[in-house]
Ligand binder design. Structure first.
Ligand SMILES: NC(=O)c1ccc[n+]([C@@H]2O[C@H](COP(=O)([O-])OP(=O)(O)OC[C@H]3O[C@@H](n4cnc5c(N)ncnc54)[C@H](O)[C@@H]3O)[C@@H](O)[C@H]2O)c1
Ligand SMILES: O=C(O)C[C@H](O)C(=O)O
Length: 325
C-alpha cells in the first residue's frame, strides 16, 4: 500500500542552496543533480529566472535518470535546512579587468547574500565562489561569524585542475594520471607547486625541463584570464562548477579528501585572520584540518606576496562596507 499523507516521512535528501543562478550557479545545479548528490535550491535576484532554470533542469530529469529536485526562487525563506550554501552571486569580470576590479561591485551583493543565507540556513557549511575570491570569503566569514571549519572558498581545486590539464596536454598523458597542487590567492600571485605535482607519482620536475614548467605555471596563473579574454563578457563556468561540485561531494559523502581551498589561517604559514588557498582535509565536518606544508623560502615568499594582496583587498573592503570589528 502506498503511504498516505499522515505517514511519517523517514527519508532525508541533502539540500544544497546556490545563491546566484547565473552561469556558474546553474551549471553547478546541473552537476549536483546529475551526480545524484542532493536536491538543489537555486536563488537569484532576477524575478522568474531561477524558477525557469529549475523547471528546465526538472524537465531534463526524466532523461537524465536522477531523482533529485530543483527549486528556483527569489525568496531566502526557501533555502531553509540546507546542508551547504554556495555563494555564486555577483558580477563576473570582462576582458581587460582583474578579479580585484570586482571588489566594489560584489562586496555588497555578497554581504547581503551571506546575511540572508545564514538566517535561513544557520547549520550550513558555506562555499564561496564570487570574485575576488579570497576577500569575498573573508567577507562571508565576517557577515556570518561562522567557525573556520564551516566556511571556505573555491579556487585551488580549479587552479590545480588547470595546472593538471596543461601538464597532461604537454606530456600527452591522461589528466587522470596527473595530480597537481596550487596554493595562494586566486589571482596572479597564486602559487603552483611543481615540487608537489606528479604524473602517477613521478614528480613533473623529472619529466619536463625548468623552462617548460615555468611556462605551464604562468599559464595556470593566467588560466581564468585566458578564458575571459575570449568570452569577453564573462569567465569560465564549466570547470568552476565541476570544482565546486567536487568540494560538495567530498563534504556530503564524507570523502575526507585533501584539497586546496581558501581557508581561514590562524597562524599557519605565519599568517593570521585572512583566507588563502592551502591544502585542507575536507569531510562531513567541512574543513577538518588545515595542512601546513614545509615550503621552501622561495615558495613561502610567494605565498606571503599572495597574502599581502589579499590583506590589501580586505582593508579596502572594510572601507567600502564600513566594517566595525
Ligand atoms: N572562484 C572561482 O574560481 C570562480 C570561477 C568562476 C566564476 N567566479 C565568480 O563567480 C561569480 C559568478 O560568475 P557567473 O559567471 O556565474 O556570473 P553570472 O553573471 O552568469 O551570474 C551571476 C548571477 O548573480 C546574480 N545576482 C546578482 N546580484 C545578486 C543578489 N544580490 N542576490 C542573488 N543573486 C544575485 C545575477 O542575477 C546573476 O544571475 C563572479 O563573481 C565570477 O567572477 C569565480
Ligand atoms: O577568471 C575569472 O574571472 C573567473 C574565475 O576566477 C576563473 O579563474 O575562471
Amino acid at each position: 500500500m502506498l503511504s498516505d499523507s499522515s505517514s511519517p516521512i523517514l527519508c532525508h535528501s541533502p539540500r544544497v542552496s546556490i545563491i546566484g543562478a547565473g552561469r556558474v550557479g546553474s551549471t553547478l545545479a546541473q552537476r549536483i543533480v546529475e551526480k545524484n548528490l542532493a536536491d538543489v535550491v537555486l536563488l537569484d535576484i532576477i524575478p522568474k529566472m531561477p524558477q525557469a532554470i529549475a523547471l528546465d533542469l526538472m524537465e531534463a530529469r526524466a532523461l537524465e535518470n536522477h531523482t533529485r529536485r530543483i527549486i528556483g526562487t527569489n525568496d531566502y525563506a526557501d533555502i531553509y535546512g540546507s546542508e551547504i550554501v554556495v555563494i555564486a552571486a555577483g558580477f563576473p569580470r570582462k576582458a581587460g579587468m582583474s578579479r580585484d576590479d570586482l571588489l566594489q561591485k560584489n562586496a555588497e551583493i555578497v554581504r547581503e547574500a551571506a546575511t540572508n543565507a545564514i538566517t535561513h540556513s544557520p547549520q550550513a557549511i558555506f562555499i564561496v565562489v564570487t570574485n575576488p575570491l579570497d576577500v569575498m570569503t573573508y567577507l562571508v566569514w565576517q557577515a556570518t561569524s561562522l567557525s573556520r571549519d564551516r566556511i571556505m572558498g573555491m579556487a585551488g581545486v580549479l587552479d590545480s585542475a588547470r595546472f593538471e590539464t596543461y601538464i597532461a596536454m604537454e606530456l600527452g598523458v591522461s589528466p587522470q594520471d596527473v595530480s597537481a597542487m596550487v596554493l595562494g590567492s586566486h589571482g596572479d600571485s597564486m602559487l603552483p607547486l611543481p615540487r608537489y605535482s606528479t604524473v602517477n607519482g613521478i614528480p613533473i620536475t623529472e619529466l619536463m625541463n625548468a623552462e617548460t614548467i615555468e611556462r605551464l605555471v604562468n599559464r595556470t596563473r593566467k588560466g581564468g584570464t585566458e578564458i575571459v579574454d575570449s568570452i569577453q563578457t564573462g569567465g569560465a563556468f564549466f570547470a568552476p562548477a565541476s570544482a565546486t561540485c567536487m568540494m560538495i561531494e567530498t563534504i556530503l559523502r564524507n570523502h575526507s579528501r585533501m584539497l586546496p581551498v581558501s581557508a581561514l589561517l590562524q597562524g599557519e604559514y605565519g599568517l593570521n585572520d585572512l583566507f588563502i588557498g592551502v591544502p585542507c582535509r575536507l569531510g562531513c565536518g567541512g574543513i577538518e584540518k588545515v595542512i601546513e606544508l614545509n615550503l621552501t623560502d622561495t615558495e613561502l615568499d610567494t605565498l606571503r606576496i599572495s597574502a599581502t594582496s589579499v590583506r590589501h583587498n580586505i582593508d579596502k573592503v572594510k572601507d567600502i562596507l564600513n566594517f566595525v570589528q
